[in-house]
Structures are given as structure tokens and as C-alpha cells.
Ligand binder design. Structure first.
Ligand code: NAD
Length: 254
């Protein structure tokens, strides 16, 4: 399949688990990948592996984001796909009883304000072209509650979901699709770091997954590639859930 031949895909958080796998998947289908990350080493590595371009940027910074999308357009001629995916999940973000204001704000800025900025700048190019596909990474916690709270993270992903739906509705008649991707727990550095020292923490979550395992980044990348491609030409303003059945489960197999 070469669903992204002649297409330019800007991917934020491209140095991380889901971003890297998606960059490689889209590149394998012909995309020219612009890998955006604040982590220079990781972002560069993904860009090299994908045969694309690395643009260092802090996605919470409006000027950095503007430049990242402008560089994509100036280098490759268009912005066809924006996968707004960079995000954090710091351990200080926990119960509302313990999470301080500074942590709350840092998570909101990185996970939600960044998506607002990336959509704003991606849309600038896509509206000129009269076409484009935006995929924003939300999470299954945007629609499901957890007693193991990460309050700012959950609220930020709820924001990503609402924002994506509204943009999908607003820009549909301009040929631009906007969808939220809601992964369940994925086996990436973000999750590995969280559970490294405490297997019980992982087990507490695994019990709710009908498959009995976390997703691999490549499984999320496959869903993202679908959503960003013309195969999803009638899908917009959707919450695309890739959660191994968690949100449909009451009692799971032992
Ligand atoms: P990851 O930590 O492996 O990768 C995240 C990447 O984002 C890193 O390369 C990091 O350097 C980059 N980044 C962080 N802050 C940035 C900033 N300010 N500017 C630029 N880059 C920045 O995480 P991942 O698991 O691949 O997560 C990707 C997305 O998927 C996140 O939005 C996350 O919330 C979401 N998600 C993850 C899971 C999971 O279980 N891993 C589940 C649901 C949703």
C-alpha cells in the first residue's frame, strides 16, 4: 500500500513510542515525514529511520509550532497530514488531592494547548490546499473514569476529544478531516516508566483489558495511518477508539 505517496505528514512526539511507530508506518506507505520533538536525539533518530526531516520544537510554544508546519510546507510543498501526538504523563499528576497547580498547568499545556496550536497552524496550510487530515491523540480516559487518577492528564485528553470533534464539524466542507484517536494503554516508554518499579500497578490495569495485554505502538500506528488516509474519507469528528476492548468490557476473561 502506498496510501501516503506524494503526501507530507507532520508528526509531533515523533521520538516517542506511538509517534515513531506512526512515522515509520506512514513512511513505509510513501509519506514524506516531518518528525517534530523536543527531544533532539530521539526526534532525529526517527527522522533518519523514516528518511524524513527532523524539526526540533516545543509544542507548547506557538512560534516553534508555526515554524514546524512552515518548514514542512517549505521543504516538501504541502501539509497533508498532521498527527498531533506529543504528550506527557508525569507521576506528580495523580489524585486531585495531591496534584499541585504547577503540574496541572504543565500537563494542560503539553497535552491540550499543544493540540490547539498544532491544529491552528496545520489548518492554515490545509485550508489553502483545500484538503488535509488531522489526527489528535486523545486517550480512552477521555471517556472512561479511573480510580487510579491522573487528573490533569484525563482532563487534558477530554479537551483534545472535544476540540477535535468541533474542528471536524467546522472544517468538513473545506475538505479537511479532524479526528481524535483514543488508544488504550500502549507498551511505550511513557507507560514502561510509569510501571517499571511496580508490576502491581500494571496488573491493576491489565485485568480490565479483554486481550490481557497492552497494545504495541505498531497497532496504534496502523489505526492512525488508516484515519489519516483516504480509506477514512467519510470519517470526521470521530472518537476513534483503539483500546483492546476496555471500553466495552464488564467482566473480562481470567
Ligand atoms: P512517549 O513518551 O513515548 O512519547 C512522547 C513524545 O513526546 C516524546 O518523544 C517526547 O519527547 C515528546 N514531547 C513531550 N513533550 C513535548 C513538547 N513539549 N514538545 C515536543 N515534544 C514533546 O509517549 P507515547 O506513549 O508514545 O504517547 C504519545 C501520545 O499518546 C501522548 O499524547 C499520550 O498521552 C498518548 N497516549 C499514550 C498511551 C500509552 O499508554 N502510552 C495511551 C493513550 C494515549
Amino acid at each position: 500500500m502506498q496510501r501516503f505517496a506524494q503526501r507530507v505528514a507532520v508528526i509531533t512526539g515523533a521520538g516517542g513510542g506511538i509517534g515513531r511507530a506512526t512515522a515509520l508506518r506512514m513512511a513505509s506507505e510513501g509519506a514524506r515525514v516531518v518528525a517534530v520533538d523536543a527531544d533532539h536525539a530521539a526526534g532525529k533518530q526517527t527522522a533518519e529511520e523514516a528518511g524524513g526531516l527532523f524539526v526540533p520544537a516545543d509544542v507548547t510554544d506557538g512560534e516553534d509550532v508555526r515554524q514546524a508546519f512552515a518548514t514542512a510546507r517549505d521543504t516538501y510543498g504541502s501539509v497533508d497530514v498532521a498527527f498531533n501526538n506529543a504528550g506527557i504523563s508525569p507521576s506528580e499528576d495523580a489524585s486531585i488531592l495531591d496534584t499541585d497547580l504547577e503540574t496541572w498547568k504543565r500537563v494542560q499545556e503539553t497535552n491540550l494547548t499543544s493540540v490547539y496550536l498544532c491544529c491552528q497552524h496545520a489548518l492554515e496550510h490545509m485550508r489553502t490546499q483545500g484538503r488535509g487530515a488531522i489526527v489528535n491523540t486523545a486517550s480512552f480516559v477521555a471517556t472512561m473514569g479511573a480510580a487510579t487518577s491522573q487528573i490533569s492528564y484525563t482532563a487534558s485528553k477530554g479537551g483534545v476529544l472535544s476540540l477535535s470533534r468541533e474542528l471536524g464539524v467546522q472544517f468538513a466542507r473545506e475538505g479537511i478531516r479532524v479526528n481524535a484517536l483514543s488508544p488504550g494503554p500502549v507498551n511505550t516508554p511513557l507507560l514502561q516508566e510509569l510501571f517499571a518499579n511496580d508490576p502491581e500497578l500494571a496488573q491493576r490495569r491489565l485485568v480490565h483489558v479483554p486481550f490481557g495485554r497492552f497494545a504495541e505502538p505498531e497497532e496504534i500506528a496502523a489505526a492512525t495511518a488508516f484515519l489519516a488516509s483516504d480509506d477514512a474519507s467519510f470519517i470526521t469528528a470521530a472518537n476513534f477508539v483503539v483500546d483492546g476492548g476496555i471500553s466495552g468490557a464488564y467482566v473480562t476473561p481470567l
